[in-house]
Design a protein around this ligand. Sequence first.
Ligand SMILES: C[S@@+](CC[C@H](N)C(=O)[O-])C[C@H]1O[C@@H](n2cnc3c(N)ncnc32)[C@H](O)[C@@H]1O
Length: 248
Amino acid sequence: MPPALKALLAQLIGSAVALLLARNGLVAGLWQIVATQAASAAVAAALLRSARWWLPIHLGFVPLLVAAQSLGLHPAWHLAAFVALVLVYWTSFRTQVPLYLSNRRTAAAVVDLLPAAPARLLDIGAGTGSLLRPLARARPDCQFIGVELAPATWLIGHLLAARQPNIDCQRGDIFARTWQDFDVVYAFLSPVPMAAVWRKAAAELRPGALLVSNSFPVPERDADFVVDVDDRRRTRLYGYRIPPHATP
Ligand SMILES: C[S@@+](CC[C@H](N)C(=O)[O-])C[C@H]1O[C@@H](n2cnc3c(N)ncnc32)[C@H](O)[C@@H]1O
């Protein structure tokens, strides 16, 4: 079952349990009912084997909704917040890749992986360009292209890179364009697309080109090398050289 459907089901189960208990007089008062709904939704999500990080979301969802209602905010604020979130997260319910950014130490480690000769790097899912900007400063001889699906995230990256001529932030789907003219492809996505990322890299990149994945290894394939970045989140970079006759 897709995670978003599981989340909806867990919320509905939580609401049904809370309503049932309230009808039978077993819970009373708004906040008791809300707490029952939240706890039941979290238990339902756990039983549905949702990823662990869904549990705090279920625990907080309806309580925060009720708390926000009590603030008496104009409905336009809710709409504005919703639109902003949509523009940043866009289709992450489908891609299952949220937004989080590479840090400076990771960028420095990626600089060390770039070929000595002028090269072209593609950041698949470039976010706000937080990897591309330090790379482009460190290697003015190289070209850095970012492809990003979410409109607001892309726009921020595009504006922030406006003064760096060796960065090109493009809006689009990473799977809808060719990767064949790149020497290095950098991914910081999630475990979900990594098998498809490898298939595309192996099919399109030149032999000897490099796929670097931040945090998420390609399933069922040993990395050619692993770089442990000296940062607080203990970032690991998994490197894969495209073999001469790669089998996807
Ligand atoms: C974890 S962020 C990484 C951002 C950036 N690469 C970095 O390291 O700072 C992943 C980004 O990939 C984008 N993304 C996910 N699937 C995508 C796809 N199919 N095409 C383009 N962008 C995608 C998301 O919108 C998100 O901004």
